[in-house]
Design a protein around this ligand. Structure first.
Ligand code: GLY
Length: 311
């Protein structure tokens, strides 16, 4: 009974096609398996849903990950990501974050693995945290226990907050990327001590201590991402990042002949903390502008929703 969108599963093109001809729009088509964050199609009209089915079932775009799909109601609202640590007896939520999944500003264009994040997410108020605990975490951990699953580690819930109610979009059994690059810089505890407590089963003895300073992470991606992109582009300007409040996380990079070059779709995560969200946004973008590689792309509006909510 965890709140989520109404959905149906399909394993073949014909029955899925019959369903999308009758379902109201928008709707969401999801490849059931792992697709690096790209297996979700938000379809505003039937032609888009048909294309999604062709990509998945006919062109086999996601291989085995697309052998089963889910078609679900579209949930309108504001997204947030919540991560929780569990040692199988106790669970402890981490600070909230908000991802930016679409490639372009204003949440336009296809979905990516995530183009930027900030923590905390102002949409997750204390009251919402309590509601999420009651409606999601408690039944989830109770369900895991009933099934005899000892869950130790980090669990990620992608949420949509609609009419002040949390709905689950997805669970992942890992940290979020780029959410982790916005959440973890705010953690004042030694992360290795926290992880040891998860493994040893004494998470109840840990108090997480969070910096109140918001952190913003802007992802710098290769030109063409999330579709085809080139690799091996020379990255310059990394040595010019001297602000102690800024951390550059390497995602899709490698060293070639002593130089750092691009080696993936999402190349760098540039995180910055400041006394308020405005300052964090400015710091992160100052750093992003110093770093260059041919074809670089990044969203210019990371943090804007948080700014609007806190105004
Ligand atoms: N940023 C979304 C994820 O890590 O799944």
């Amino acid at each position: 009974h965890i709140p989520t969108a109404a959905s149906r599963e399909f394993s073949d093109y014909q029955s899925a096609r019959g369903f999308i001809q009758k379902h109201p729009y928008p709707l969401v088509v999801k490849a059931d398996g792992l697709a690096a964050g790209k297996g979700v199609y938000i379809c505003h009209k039937q032609a888009e849903a048909e294309q999604a089915l062709v990509d998945i079932f006919r062109a086999n775009k996601f291989g085995e990950a697309g052998s089963k799909i889910i078609i679900e109601d579209f949930l309108k609202g504001e997204e947030a990501s919540l991560l929780v640590l569990s040692d199988s007896k106790t669970y402890v939520p981490l600070a909230s974050a908000q991802d930016h999944k679409a490639i372009f500003d204003g949440d336009k264009g296809p979905n990516t693995g995530g183009m930027g994040a900030y923590s905390p997410a102002p949409v997750i108020t204390d009251e919402m945290m309590e509601k999420i605990d009651r409606k999601i975490w408690r039944p989830l951990f109770q369900g895991l226990k009933q099934e005899g699953i000892e869950y130790r580690g980090v669990l990620y819930a992608g949420l949509m907050i609609r009419d002040n109610e949390p709905m689950v979009l997805e669970f992942n059994v890992r940290f979020g990327d780029p959410e982790a690059q916005a959440i973890l810089p705010r953690l004042r505890n030694d992360l290795s001590v926290v992880i040891e407590a998860v493994i040893a089963g004494n998470l109840d003895q840990i108090n997480l201590d969070w910096s109140p300073e918001p952190t913003v992470c802007v992802v710098m991606a290769s030109g063409g991402y999330p579709d085809v992109y080139d690799k091996g582009m020379l990255i310059s300007g990394l040595e010019d990042i001297d602000d102690p409040g800024v951390t550059v996380f390497h995602a899709g990079t490698k060293i070639e002949n002593g130089k750092t070059v691009t080696n993936g779709g999402r190349v760098l995560g540039v995180s910055a903390g400041g006394t308020n969200i405005q300052e964090s946004v400015e710091k992160a973008y100052r750093a992003v502008e110093k770093i260059n590689f041919p074809g670089k792309q990044y969203r210019k509006d990371i943090g804007q929703k948080a700014l609007k909510r806190t105004e």
